[in-house]
Write a protein that binds this ligand. Sequence first.
Ligand SMILES: *Cc1c(COP(=O)(O)O)cnc(C)c1O
Length: 364
Amino acid sequence: MEVPFNPLDRQYFMFQKEYEEKALKVLRKGWYILGEEVEAFEEEFARYVGADYSIGVDNGLNALVLSFRALGIGPGDEVIVQANTFIATVMGITMNGATPVFVEPNEFHNLDSKKIEEKITGKTKAICVVHLYGQATNMDQILKLCEKYSLKLVEDCAQSHGARYKGQMAGSFGDLACFSFYPGKNLGCFGDGGAITTRHKELRDKLRMLRNYGSQVKYQNEEVGYNARLDELQAGLLRIKLSHLDDLTQERADLAQRYLEEMKNDKIELPKVDGDCSSVWHLFVVMTEDRDRLMSHYQKNGIKTLIHYPIPPHLSNAYKPLGYQEGDFPITESLAQKVLSIPLFNGMTKEEADHVIRVTNAYQ
Ligand SMILES: *Cc1c(COP(=O)(O)O)cnc(C)c1O
């Protein structure tokens, strides 16, 4: 039996009729950029997250780039960020000329709040938390540190649409929170897309301007901005998926629950969830000492797996100029050797999940 990693056609066919009707409606309307669908999606998404405003943008990376820019973070400024993230988080910081200051993660793969304070300097302007793999970060200490040192808080919610800390949704804690709607994300569109949520009206206005050439009134440009807009077609399709997101999240949670209860293998460490946090299971990440061997075991049994992520940003060629070496972040580097993501996706059949569990338990 073959089990793919994340076949996106499954969730398309779940709501095929709704998607196709919406696509035709937008195509026939003749208005494709910054219109009714984007405005309606922005309102619905802000309400969903529990933020006051949301700003649609063209992808998750640009959500981050525009966020640090809107906060005035640039050359000479430092941003604290976890070392074990997808590299786009770090690019959002460095593309503004600011310096990332890496902190090791805790046992839940999220920012370890005990290790932040020692990294704060006179140059620190913000903390960036990444709710990695779909699990919300434990926010208590982080919020206190932001207050104590007057730091801005930016959330990277690209993997955590709908995850909660003490009942409050990720994306409603930060001054700004960045989302990606890349097709493989939990709330994915059919191309590239992203959004920023905030409770600050002045940041909302600034971000609306930055995403559109620095202009609010046509042909009046206040700053050198970007073209980073979400389009009408993606916004319309996102409204449909958002209306089903809670059900899709529940389906993932049910699959994760089965995995956690039924997978039993001394050689494979299952993911843990912090008691105050919920996960929307963007990824189901196990850990093992001999990952190559486990990967080929899954492969031999028709199961596709992936690694998120094999090279931490501080060791990537892109960040050689920062001057880090192997051994600088031992926890992050060890995780990069051990983590393996196994299939968990919307539309997964019972037989597929049974097979993944059986093959996991049979590994020796
Ligand atoms: C996917 C992702 C991004 C980037 O989003 P894109 O829409 O692909 O640009 C940023 N941060 C994290 C943690 C991600 O997983």
